[in-house]
Design a protein around this ligand. Structure first.
Ligand SMILES: Nc1nc2c(ncn2[C@@H]2O[C@H](COP(=O)(O)OP(=O)(O)OP(=O)(O)O)[C@@H](O)[C@H]2O)c(=O)[nH]1
Length: 430
C-alpha cells in the first residue's frame, strides 16, 4: 500500500476489520491485514475519528442500506477491498455457482451512512446482493472504470430512503457522480422511514432483513448500487454484539438486551422526551400466544428455538427480552399510527413464518402486541411536568406508567382473541 489512507478510509477499514474477522475467507483477511493495522494507526491518532466510528457502530438509527446478517459484514469487506485498490473484483456468493463482478466507483459518507457506489456486470438480483453471504472475493487485474458521461440513472428498486443531508466524499474523482447518484436516488424514491422486504423464493434467508436504501441502474448496460453500512449493531453477530454491548446486558438465550438494560434505554428515551418537546416514542410489548402449550406439545427445546428465532425476527428494532416469553421494543420517534403499522408487520410475519419443531413438524406461533405512546397522555403526569432535572425516581415512575399502559394494551390484545395488536387508547375502555 503506497498512498496515505484518508480518515474515511480508515473508518471503513476499521469497520471492515471487525466484520471481516467474522466472515471473509482467511486469505482475503490476511491480504487486508496491513490495511487494518494502518487504519487502526490513523484512527489511533484521532480521538474524533474513534468517536465517529464508535457512533457508526453503536448507533441504532443509522441511515443506509441494511443488508442481511452476514451480508453486511461481507459487503463491508468487499467494498473496502475494491475501493481501496480501485480494481474490479469477482464475488462468489454462497449457494450460487456464477460469479458477479463488481466495479467500484466511490464511496459517499453521509453523516452516519457510508454509501458505496459501483456496478455489477450481471443482472444481479438486488436481494441476492443484500441477502447472500459472500463466499469469496477475488481482485482482478482490471482497473475499476468510472461511469460513462452520458450515464442515465433510473430507479431500480422501489424502496425507501431517508438520509441526512451532510456530505463528505471518499474519492474526489467520484464526487460529481456520487453526488448526482445520491441526489437522484433521494429525489426519486419515496422518502419514508423504513421498509421490510421479504426476498422471494431462492433468495430467502432465514431470519429478517431490512433494506433502507436503494439501487439505481443505468440504461441497462450495468447496474449501479448504493450500498451503505447501516444499523451495524443490529446485524452484528452475537459474539461481536456481546463485545460491543457487554456481556452483562444481554440475554443469554436470545442475544437481545436484557430487561435491566432495556429499563435503562427506556428511561433514556423518557428523559429525552422531557428535554425535547417534539420527541416521542412508542413502547411495544410482545408476548407469545399460548407458549405454555407450545412447550407442552413440542417440548421445551422447541420452545427455546422459537424464542431464539423470534428474537432474530425483531432484532432489527431496539428489542429486548423483557421476560420469559415476552419481548419489548422501543420505537423512537414513532406515534401510535406508525407503531401499529410496524407491530402489524411483525405480527403477520411471525404468524406466517414456517416454524418447525425438531421433527420438522409445523408449530403454530403467534404473538399479541400491546402499544403505548410516550409522552401521549403521560405528559400530564406530575413527574413529566417536573422539568429537566435528571431525577431517577421521576423517570422510574414514568417508565413504570408507560410499561403498565403497554401491558394493559397487551392484555386487551389477548382478550380480543390473541394474534393481534392493541394500543393503549384501545385498552382504556378495558
Ligand atoms: N421453552 C421455554 N419456555 C419458557 C421460557 N421462559 C418462559 N417460558 C414458558 O413460557 C410459558 C408462559 O406461559 P403463560 O404465562 O401461561 O402464557 P401462555 O401460555 O403464553 O399464554 P398467553 O400468554 O395467555 O397466550 C410458561 O410455560 C414458561 O415456562 C424459556 O426460556 N424457554
Amino acid at each position: 500500500m503506497d498512498r496515505e489512507m484518508t480518515p474515511e478510509e480508515a473508518v471503513l477499514y476499521h469497520l471492515a476489520a471487525r466484520y471481516l474477522s467474522l466472515l471473509l475467507p482467511r486469505n482475503v483477511r490476511d491480504a487486508l491485514e496491513p490495511r487494518f493495522r494502518k487504519a487502526e494507526a490513523v484512527l489511533g491518532a484521532s480521538p474524533e475519528l474513534v468517536e465517529w466510528s464508535k457512533k457508526v457502530l453503536l448507533s441504532s438509527h443509522w441511515d443506509g442500506v441494511l443488508t442481511s446478517p452476514g451480508g453486511l459484514e461481507a459487503h463491508a469487506g468487499l467494498l473496502s477491498t475494491a475501493l481501496y485498490e480501485s480494481r474490479k473484483v469477482w464475488i462468489e456468493y454462497e449457494g450460487k455457482d456464477e460469479r458477479v463482478q463488481f466495479n467500484p466507483f466511490g464511496l459517499v459518507q453521509r453523516d452516519r451512512a457510508l454509501l458505496a457506489i459501483g456496478s455489477y456486470n450481471q443482472q444481479a438480483h438486488p436481494f441476492m446482493l443484500a441477502v447472500r453471504k459472500i463466499r469469496n472475493v477475488q481482485l482482478t487485474d482490471e482497473p475499476a472504470v468510472s461511469p460513462p458521461p452520458d450515464f442515465e440513472l433510473q430507479t431500480f428498486v422501489d424502496t425507501q430512503l431517508n438520509f441526512p443531508t451532510s456530505a463528505g466524499i471518499f474519492d474526489d474523482l467520484q464526487l460529481e457522480f456520487a453526488e448526482s447518484a445520491y441526489d437522484y436516488v433521494r429525489s426519486h424514491l419515496l422518502v419514508a422511514d423504513e421498509v421490510t422486504l421479504d426476498p422471494p423464493g431462492e433468495y430467502a434467508y432465514p431470519g429478517y432483513f431490512r433494506l433502507r436504501a436503494s439501487g439505481v441502474r443505468d440504461s441497462l448496460r450495468f447496474r449501479q448500487w448504493l450500498l451503505g453500512f447501516g444499523d451495524a449493531v443490529r446485524v452484528l453477530k452475537p459474539e461481536v454484539l456481546r463485545r460491543e454491548v457487554g456481556r452483562a446486558q444481554l440475554d443469554g438465550r436470545t442475544n437481545l438486551v436484557n430487561a435491566a438494560e432495556f429499563e435503562r434505554l427506556l428511561r433514556r428515551e423518557i428523559a429525552r422526551c422531557r428535554r425535547d418537546i417534539s420527541a416521542r416514542f412508542c413502547l411495544l410489548l410482545l408476548d407469545l400466544d399460548h407458549f405454555k402449550k407450545i412447550n407442552d406439545t413440542h417440548g421445551h427445546l422447541a420452545g427455546d428455538r422459537v424464542l431464539e428465532q423470534l428474537a432474530l425476527q425483531i432484532r432489527a428494532y431496539d428489542a429486548s427480552r423483557y421476560g420469559g416469553e415476552e419481548f419489548a421494543i422501543l420505537l423512537p420517534g414513532a406515534d401510535v399510527g406508525a407503531a401499529v403499522d410496524i407491530a402489524e408487520r411483525i405480527r403477520t410475519r411471525i404468524a406466517a413464518w414456517p416454524w418447525e419443531n425438531a421433527l420438522d413438524l409445523p408449530i403454530a406461533v403467534t404473538v399479541s402486541i400491546g402499544i403505548a405512546e410516550f409522552p401521549g397522555t403521560f405528559a400530564k403526569q406530575a413527574e413529566f411536568m417536573q422539568g429537566d432535572t435528571p431525577d431517577g425516581d421521576c423517570l422510574a415512575g414514568l417508565a413504570k406508567s408507560v410499561k403498565a399502559a403497554a401491558d394493559r394494551a397487551l392484555y386487551q390484545a389477548k382478550r380480543n382473541g390473541r394474534n393481534r395488536v392493541a394500543s393503549f387508547s384501545d385498552a382504556e375502555d378495558v
